[in-house]
Design a protein around this ligand. Sequence first.
Ligand SMILES: [Zn+2]
Length: 558
Amino acid sequence: MKRKLPHLFRRAGLVLATTGLVGALLPQQAAAQTAISPAKLEALKKELATEIDKQQKSTQEMVDMVFSFGELGFQETETSRYLTDILKKNGFTIEQGIAGMPTAWMAKWGSGKPVIAIGSDIDCIPKASQKPGVAYHDPIVEGAPGHGEGHNSGEPLNITAVLALKKIMQREKIPGTLVLWPGVAEEQLGSKAYFVRDGYFKNVDACIFTHVGDNLGTSYGDNGGNGMVSVKFNFSGQAAHSAGAPWRGRSALDAVELMDIAWNFHREHMEVTQRSHYVIPDGGDQPNVVPSKASVWYYFRDRTYPKIMEMYQDAIKMAQGATLMTKTEMTYEVLGSAWPGHMNKPMAEAMYENIKMVGLPTWSPEDQVLARATQVEMKAPKTDRKGQPIDGLAMKLDSLSKPDNHSIGGGSDDIADISWNVPTIVLRYPSNIPGLPGHHWSNAIAMATPIAHKGVTAGAKAEAMTLLDMLVKPEIIKNAWAYFNDVQTKDTKYTSFVSKTDKPAVELNKKIMADYRPEMKKYYYNPGKYKTYLEQLGIKYPTVRPAGTTQTQSGGGN
Ligand SMILES: [Zn+2]
């Protein structure tokens, strides 16, 4: 690092003094006025890092609190109330219940351009309840939902970052509007296409999204994931006594099964990039009543919008075929969707410079013991997808991930719908243990421990620094839009899977949460009484299987 001369600081101070006038200027001029010297910028970034380190206690409380709520998609009521209360206390204006989702919100602070949206998911995974810091299956509440994806950590990261940044923006009179928002029901790919459709990203200049990972990194271009449409097919037939008068019945469940058989035969003729899977949310009530209602819920995934639409159309034909075979009727509804992801290059490059500056957290021997014991428990592979060895927590900083144009497909994230409307990047931060299966109780083990807390602190620094860059260096957002217009959307135009009349599936998970919430409430984190959630639960950190004992039935992957 170069030594900075004191006069540069003074000069920067003079430039910044003029920004008091920005209220009267046009947005572009206002942005131009904020240019500050590299030395000043570097000093401000150091200040951000120091401030974020000072916030470690409140970061830990937020991470642990949201972990303890463990709320499934569309039912994130406690989480939303808790997070928006913090933002309200810090001067943000909240618009609650956006796009027809009671748990969705937009929190705004600041004024003028640029407008930067900062988001992260908040929902959890069914049946993933797990005691943090324990390296084998040990649920807090048996069968209950839990943060087996780590979505408890992203909004705490964003809040930590923006609160540190806000102080500097106020003091230095840096214009800009920060908009925080949650990924509601990400596990159902249930919200972001609706936010876009309803205009919530119209006046946004750029978006930074954060997602838990096991390293600090970001990427640009095609991220190799699949897009997806989630569709529920509802069949209706005719009830009858299954033994007394079965000939008078028309089984909706037969239609579900025949549709599934057709789809499973069809798989032989599909490309390797597709992923499709289903569950039967309603298969009838009891065997002696011919099921008059039955439904099957599919996720159809592939690498491009046309391919996904083809799957969707094929499935509708099969569902119609099933009704012909069973003399039943069918309707279908979209429950969620996501485009294949494409992230912004200039923004990713700006972020990666800060990632290098921040680096990975310093892990304690206890953190490593927990990580390795969990990897043994879960029979983690020896190397990751990039060929890097998996052994404990990440020790080598991730590289800036390049586009993956030859991917054979994978998961989906509806942040992609935002990324096709506004230049967007996803910051991944090291709050979890490498080599775990995902969507699983083992992915919750680290998520209210020092591993998660340190990962969030590192991520908050990289995010706050990048936000500051974007506020004071107008060329980043200018270049981001040039990439967006001239490269990303040159040949590919966004068409939503969601129609004008589709409604978000806000009823999803209502019953599961109603069943488990009373018991889960007993374990909500009480930061007034306990320093950490580990302390509240009486967990010795780390708790690992005593040497020589073998895995129980519940260990090693449900
Ligand atoms: Zn996720």
